[in-house]
Design a protein around this ligand. Structure first.
Ligand code: ACM
Ligand code: ZN
Length: 473
């Protein structure tokens, strides 16, 4: 009995096996009664399976949903389900997947498949990266050229190889709302991202007067960091950002809004009379502080609409941001996010070396993704308590279709899901449970990478690191 496991991924936090088992076909997850007991933790549940019957006690509706998800997985993994009592609740409140549709889009049907898969793994956030240098994907009534011009590019680069096929597209507001509703039914919050002031080449291509140099540029085709960013010295740029946020807020009702803030080189701001004047007027010494002021203004705007702002860790570089924002750590050699958490700020952990799903398996083997400890060195007790979760981004410069998306994302996202939910880790047990989980992903129309790709040998890893380093401009 002692080495008995339940075929549930992520693994539940407390399991007590009791006598005997029941036939899977006699269990129907949807018709098991559920009662809410608010003494149980948020998103938590107690699932009791006995030969006499099965019942669910849950802390809230999400908890009842997760109890059913556990039951679905148990029934999907064999003809018999062991009798047991599961007492379960997530380790972190934020368990996310980030989908970049700016570089490459995927269909609404495919996004629903991804939502089904992340819900099965008890993840509760779909962070939707909707704008970037290579494309703008949401119509905004006051700025039609964002779609007419900004959603189209002349080609793409895959690694160093140019593909001259024009690329473009966008989602209608109805489609975006359809995904929000589909996710809500699965207890997934959609967090939209408007990435500003950097990664805005597509917006500047549509409206050159949003930039410092006011020059016509093209929507980006290459991967990397572009120098032209929004000119925050101009009032019309603030108005543009507010108008776009207002329209996005009408589509995405969730409590959180991501405003990017990553990789915004300051070269243009240093040379721009308007940006320099703005710094003088506001008594700001550095361009970083100018970005800090910009972030603060946006966070205030969103707070008035009942929303909490999330920024990538570069948003902390000015040193001006307090707990009005949540930081998302991705690449942070200065440890700004760690210090932010230690001082009381909430942080989402997406360390690129452990969570970036666009990286090859050589760069990020499955085992490494699984072993990642988000409560990393440098966090004090307070800091650890301020880590609100984990999130894995699927950046799509190199992911041009849904098959590739599934290959890159699964099963590494399963490791992230377990990291976000379960207190204990057991890589061997995880692999055993993956064996049952993969057919359930396939049933959703998702084909994960095959097992021989998950953990490449050292030689292959070294080759892939060298290859991938050449992709950036
Ligand atoms: C990022 O990868 N630029 C957040
Ligand atoms: Zn400027």
């Amino acid at each position: 009995m002692s080495n008995q496991i339940l075929h549930i991924l992520p693994y539940p936090n407390k399991v007590r096996f009791t006598e005997s088992s029941v036939l899977s076909k006699t269990l129907d997850a949807d018709s098991v009664p559920a009662k809410i007991d608010s003494a149980l933790p948020k998103e938590g549940y107690r699932l009791t399976i006995t030969p006499q019957g099965t019942e669910i006690l849950a802390g809230d509706d999400a908890g009842a949903f997760y109890a059913r998800q556990s039951l679905r997985q148990l029934c999907g993994s064999g003809t018999e389900v062991p009798c047991c009592v599961i007492e379960d609740a997530p380790r972190f409140p934020h368990r996310g997947f980030m989908l970049d549709v700016a570089r490459h889009m995927t269909t609404i049907e495919n996004i629903k498949r991804l939502a089904d898969a992340i819900a099965l793994m008890k993840m509760n956030v779909l962070h939707w990266h909707l704008t970037d240098d290579q494309g703008w994907r949401v119509p905004v009534e006051k700025y039609p050229r964002l779609i007419e011009i900004g959603s189209k590019r002349q080609g793409s680069y895959f690694g160093q190889q140019k593909d001259g096929t024009p690329y473009g597209g966008y989602y209608t507001h109805d489609e975006l709302r359809e995904i929000v509703a589909y996710c809500a039914e699965r207890h997934i919050t959609v967090i939209p991202e408007l990435d500003v002031p950097g990664h805005t080449t597509c917006a500047i291509a549509a409206y050159p007067d949003l930039s410092c140099r006011q020059e016509q540029i093209e929507v980006g085709t290459k991967q990397g960091v572009y120098k032209d960013i929004l000119c925050v010295g101009r009032d019309k740029v603030m108005q543009f950002v507010y108008d776009v946020l207002e329209e996005f807020c009408g589509i995405f009702p969730g409590e959180y809004f991501h405003i990017g803030g990553d990789e915004a080189p300051k070269k243009r701001w240093k040379e721009c009379p308007q940006c320099q004047q703005r710094m003088k007027d506001e008594g700001l010494d550095t361009e970083q502080q100018l970005q800090g002021r910009f972030n603060k203004q946006i966070a205030e705007f969103l707070a008035k609409r009942g929303k909490k702002t999330i920024v990538w860790n570069e948003g902390l570089y000015s040193g001006q941001m307090g707990s009005e924002v949540i930081a998302q750590r991705w690449f942070d050699p200065g440890r700004f996010a760690i210090r932010f958490a230690n001082k009381g700020g909430n942080v989402i952990m997406s360390d690129d070396r452990f969570s970036y799903l666009d990286y090859t398996y050589g760069r990020l083997p499955l085992k490494k993704a699984y072993r990642y400890n988000p409560l990393r060195a440098g966090l004090n007790k307070r800091g650890k308590a301020n880590i609100i979760g984990v999130e894995a981004p699927a950046w799509t410069e190199q992911i041009r279709n849904f098959d590739r998306m599934c290959y890159q994302t699964f099963p590494r996202l399963c490791a992230v899901a377990e990291n976000g939910w379960s207190q204990r880790k057991d890589y061997k047990g995880f692999l055993v449970r993956l064996g049952d989980f993969v057919p359930q992903l396939r049933a959703l129309g998702i084909t994960p990478a095959k097992a021989d790709a998950w953990n490449p040998n050292a030689k292959r890893r070294a080759q892939e690191m060298v290859e991938q380093a050449k992709w950036f401009i």
